[in-house]
Design a protein around this ligand. Structure first.
Ligand code: SF4
Length: 271
């Protein structure tokens, strides 16, 4: 049992090294709490047997905390160290950490320039994306390509991906558990690409990235600092192209958003 506990702690420390410098990851605050406990009790391996005798109740509580908070399936995976997007894709494309892995037709990693200054992040694959294994295809994808063209970006120049890599059935919103398991992949993609700007598409993507419940109307027109490690990325929010197909009234505000986004891009690359 003691060996198991040591392994859990060792794995937890490894995982914390991965998530600790991601300030956006408040989803991982439980892991950070575990780290505090581990740091407070530096010789934890050595003192546990003694604590078993002396403070059985406290130990049980601590053990439960460690075991509850540490998802072992996340801890020992080599993809966290991968430095190239295509290798990351290969390493995670068979993922079945959540139920979406069972119902998907295809895993949808992302597409575009691996050195892009601009990354577009949507919510999750839809039916057509699931069929093709490529994000933003079909009518919404074509509209996104046209929007990009209107602000002088080609689709190949940017990188396009989603927060969730597998299609939720009936296009329902992803569940917190699915986001928790899948979002680290997006963070690693961003760490590898190192974009200067992110354009978040749609309410769900923006609320997830910014850890807020604000409506999209309140998030538009603002420039957020999104931290990935020690890299500060400018993030802006606009409507999802699929939403524009449903409600053409949102095309005008989207046009304003993407023009502002282009201006920010020009400022960033000329600096
Ligand atoms: S949605 Fe993400 S976490 Fe779930 S199975 Fe697909 S890749 Fe894995």
């Amino acid at each position: 049992m003691e060996n198991n506990l040591n392994k859990i702690i060792e794995n937890a420390i490894h995982y914390l090294k991965f998530v600790n410098d991601k300030p956006n990851c408040d989803i991982y605050t439980d892991y950070l709490k575990v780290k505090e406990e581990v740091v407070e009790d530096k010789a934890i391996d050595a003192v546990y047997p003694q604590k078993i005798k002396e403070e059985e109740n406290i130990l049980v509580k601590e053990k439960q905390t460690v075991q509850r908070n540490v998802n072992l399936s996340l801890l020992t995976e080599s993809w966290m160290e991968i430095e190239k997007l295509d290798e990351l894709d290969k390493a995670i494309c068979k993922c079945k950490k959540c139920n979406l892995g069972k119902s998907r037709l295809n895993f949808v990693f992302g597409v575009g320039n691996p050195d892009a200054d601009v990354v577009l992040v949507g919510e999750a694959p839809g039916a057509e994306e699931d069929k093709q294994g490529i994000p933003f295809v079909g009518r919404a994808g074509k509209l996104l390509t046209d929007i990009l063209k209107a602000i002088n970006f080609s689709r190949d120049e940017v990188y396009i991906c989603n927060i969730i890599k597998c299609r939720p059935p009936e296009n329902r919103n992803p569940l917190p558990d699915e986001i928790g398991k899948c979002e680290p992949y997006l963070l690693r993609q961003l760490e590898i690409i190192k974009p200067k700007l992110i354009l978040s598409l749609g309410t769900f993507a923006a609320q997830t990235l910014l850890r807020t419940r604000e409506p999209l109307g309140k998030m538009r027109g603002k420039i957020y600092d999104y931290m990935v490690g020690d890299q500060k990325i400018k993030l802006m929010v606009t409507y999802h192209p699929a939403a524009l197909l449903r409600n053409p009234n949102w095309k005008k505000p989207t046009w304003e958003d993407v023009q502002m986004f282009r201006k920010e891009y020009d400022k960033e690359v000329n600096n």
